[in-house]
Structures are given as C-alpha cells and as structure tokens.
Design a binder for this molecule. Sequence first.
Ligand SMILES: *Cc1c(COP(=O)(O)O)cnc(C)c1O
Length: 464
Amino acid sequence: MEYISTRGKVGSIGFIDAFMMGLANDGGLLIPKNIPVIPVETLQAWSKLSYTELVLELFSYFTNDEIPKEELKQLVEASYSTFRHPEVTPVTKLSDDLYLLELFHGPTFAFKDVALQFMGQFYSYVAKKKGVRINILGATSGDTGASAIEGVRGKDGIKICILHPHGKVSKVQELQMTTVQDDNVLNLSVDGNFDDCQRIIKELFADLEFKSANDLAAINSINFVRILAQIVYYFYAYFKVADNIGTTKVNFSVPTGNFGDIFAGYMAKRMGLPVGKLILATNENNILERFIKEGVYMPGDFRMTYSPSMDIQVASNFERYLYYVLGEDPELITKLMEQFKVEGEISIDGEALAKVQAEFAAHGVLGAECLATISSVKTDANYLLDPHSACGVAAAKACAAPNELTVSLATAHPAKFNEAIELCGIEQQYPEQIKALFDKEQRQTRIAGDKDAIAKAIEVFYKG
Ligand SMILES: *Cc1c(COP(=O)(O)O)cnc(C)c1O
C-alpha cells in the first residue's frame, strides 16, 4: 500500500514514511492510495482470531513488507500486553440490541491507548532501526496526551512535548500527564482551548523548515497510523455481536471530537465490514452534528462540557472524509480547505449531502441528557458509563431503529471524569493506578497560546 495526500501534492510514499510524515507536507492528510476490500470468506476466518492476531492480519494490507513479520508481531504483542483485559477491547451487552465496546482497558484508561501504545512502540522501533531522533509534538483535549506520554516515557532517542488547554482537562487527565517525571517529557499548559492547541501544532508541522530542523513527529489523529490501529476494533466488535458474519448489519455509535475514531469506522465500512449506520455523537460542541444534518461545516462558540475530550470545534480528520465523499478530488479539497481558512465555512448540498446522510446519523447530547444517561444506565443495567460513553449511548438510543443491532463505543473509564459522575450523585471506586496519581508531584509549564512562544519553548526542550 502506498499513501497519498488529500491535497494531491504528496505521494506516493510508503508506510513508514507516511507514519513519520504525520501531517502531509502539502498541508493535507495522508490516506491509503486505495482502500482494500476484505472478502466475506476472509471476514469469516478473521472472526475466530484473537485481538492481536486480527491486528496483524489487518495491518498486513497496509504495511507493505516494510516491517518483517516477526518484528511486527513483537511490536503488536508488546503494545497490547499492558492492557488489563485479555481480550484487549471486550464487548459487553447493555440490552437486547445495544452493546458496549469497552476501549478503556489500556494503561491510561481511555481508547487512545489502543492506537498510541502501538505508536509508542513503533516510534521506538523506527528510531532504533533508522538511527534517527524523534521529537513527538502533540495537542490533547486530555486523553491523547496521557496515552502518548505513557507510550514513550523514558525511551531512548525520543522526546515528547504535549500541549493541553490550561484548566480545560479533567483533574485525572491532568495528573496522568503531569506526574510523569521522565526527562524526555514536556507538558505545556496552554492558555486557550483545544482548538488553539491543535491549530498551533498544525501550523508548526506545516512549517517544513521547522518540522525538519526539529525532527517533528505526530501522534494526533492527523497521523494515519492512529486511524489504522482504530479500524481493528470495529472488526473485532462486529465479530462478537453478528450472528451471520458478512450478512448481519451492525450500527456503531461513536462519541466524536476530532472525527478520528468515527473515521476509522467509516474506513472499516469501506473495507467491506457490514456496518449499518455510523452514529455520530457530539456534546454541545456540535459542529459535526450540524454538518450531517444540514451540510454546513462551521465552527460555533467553544463550550466547556462534561465530556472535555470532545470539546473540539475544528475536527482535523474531517478533511479525510470530505475527500472521499466529494469524489476523491484533491484540487477541490485544496480549494475548500483554503476557503475554510478564509471564510470559516464549508457547505455541501444535493447528492453529496444525501450521501453523507446515508452513511451517518447524528445526535448532539446536551449536558442534562448526558447526566441522565449515566444515571439511567447505572440504575437499569448497573453499569457506570463515563460522560463520553454516555453521549454515545444516548445517540444510539436516539438514532437506531428498533431491532437494529448497535455497538456503542465506551471510550473512557468513568474514574477519569469524576466531575460528571459526582453530579449524578454516584460515588465510584477509583482503580489503584488512578488513586495513586493524587500523591505524585506535577511537572508542567504554563504558557501563552502564542505560536512563537510555543515554538521557542519546544525548540529549547528538543535541543536540550
Ligand atoms: C478523544 C476522545 C473522544 C473523541 O475521539 P475523536 O477521535 O477525537 O473523535 C471521545 N471520547 C474520549 C474519552 C476521548 O478521549
């Protein structure tokens, strides 16, 4: 498989080069040159595999032969050995037609671990193999940062700098990032919101001179490898709940911020997995809900909510989907993204909008509905959802027709977001690993939301 850019000026490049490039050098996003379609017989064979076996089979369509099989196997096994559940991403039943895909059994208790523990191993592998230095730069709404740091802390040849919005992540998210004492980790606590953090790092990645002088590498979902690792669990969950592999249709409901996770579901569908509806759940920051319902992509006012990891207005992966839905035309995407930069809006209508609405349903979950869902699922099923997963369940209930099978993605453990759980009058037990965070010393640098100040701080850190 080779990789190209949504804006048409990069390509074709190999798998490791795509991984290392992160954001495409023309400012677009990298995508596979074509999407492999998995035959039904292969799906049936895959349905009997363990999680890590499935990872290896699926990756083989995307990695070329750039990584020797045995080495890839070791990387994958090391990546998932730190998960607390033997199935890695187990599925549990909430009611007759609604299942939960638990994605929070990794070391930092959120779904980001599924991709980032692998990416940590993979960066380390590439650093050794190619003898290069790798300086990871990422922005986080809370969970990516903790997971990426956990994946590379203390590793030789790798440094990591994470920008998080000051005061806009949960207490546990902040502690997970800032209590790591390894010298290869820098946390910048930025005055601003996640969109500011993401815009600044995208600008730094787009500055090719800065990028190469500082050996920058990306862990955000602008990196295609992150999407790739997330495609796996859609297949895995499908195999757990479908009676007839290849025939039964299954909806997926996905709590969404940057459109990364749900884009992985879209890829799974394009690869031939019988996905029914992709249900997009948002909170009050509902730009994507409005896009699906009205065809207008236009950031609104930023709101703080009970689900901070979804407090995002500008969804970087949206460009990948736009590329596919508008007929894979890089010139058109370049024009639209430039127009978006100037006018702050993209709209589509007619056939394109009909296509979007055939593929996606959407529901914006307001705070009260989020808390009510946490409470009712606790009462009815004795299951404690975190506020993001609750948005997914609420959207599944709003968008799935009776008798349709739906898998809702449980993207985080409730202990990460006690702020919301407390408001439901529920007292939860923290896992030991989270309890222990409260006694540790924090390390972070508060910084203005200014690109030049941030560029200077990370340069000093990477060169030091
Ligand atoms: C990151 C995150 C999301 C949103 O995922 P995207 O890939 O950005 O759409 C949802 N829930 C939790 C808990 C997250 O950490």
